[in-house]
Design a protein. Structure first.
Length: 157
């Protein structure tokens, strides 16, 4: 009887490791963005929840959160432009300073980066985001309606 118990215990221990949580690439370790906005985490500054909020066809306001991963040096957001052949005019704005290790939400306080061009709510705009350190990030940014819940009232155009 003891031999059977010993064999059973050995089998349980042998199967426990491969059947347990041990391993690599857990689903809980992967970034998962539950939103309709664009995100990019490839540069020193993460561009999070990027959208163009539009109250009328042909104009909108670029809104995003910018998270500086550099804990020693501040970064600056200097430009946004159309990418992949898309022509978008961007209003002049002062470069936005992102503190070392900090986060800046372009909607609070409003930075009012107004875009004009041939687009409307429901479309996706390929945009390029430039930073003062030379990093350049490309995103497919959705155009959302100014009256849709979270984005309501954020269009300054």
């Amino acid at each position: 009887m003891q031999l059977r118990s010993l064999v059973t215990a050995a089998a349980v221990v042998a199967l426990a490791a491969p059947l347990s949580s041990c391993g690599f690439d857990y689903a809980t370790d992967r970034e998962y963005a539950v939103n309709s906005a664009a995100e990019n985490r490839d540069a020193d500054v993460d561009v999070l929840n990027a959208v163009v909020v539009s109250a009328a066809e042909g104009s909108g306001t670029f809104v995003a959160s910018l998270s500086n991963n550099d804990s020693e040096d501040e970064q600056t957001f200097t430009a946004v432009s159309g990418d992949d052949g898309v022509t978008v005019e961007v209003s002049d704005f002062e470069p936005v300073t992102i503190p070392a290790g900090g986060l800046v939400n372009l909607a609070e306080p409003a930075t009012d980066i107004v875009l004009t061009g041939d687009f409307a709510a429901g479309q996706v705009l390929p945009l390029t985001i430039d930073f003062g350190n030379g990093d350049r990030v490309m995103l497919n940014v959705p155009v959302v309606s100014n009256d849709s819940g979270y984005w309501e009232g954020l269009d300054a155009s």
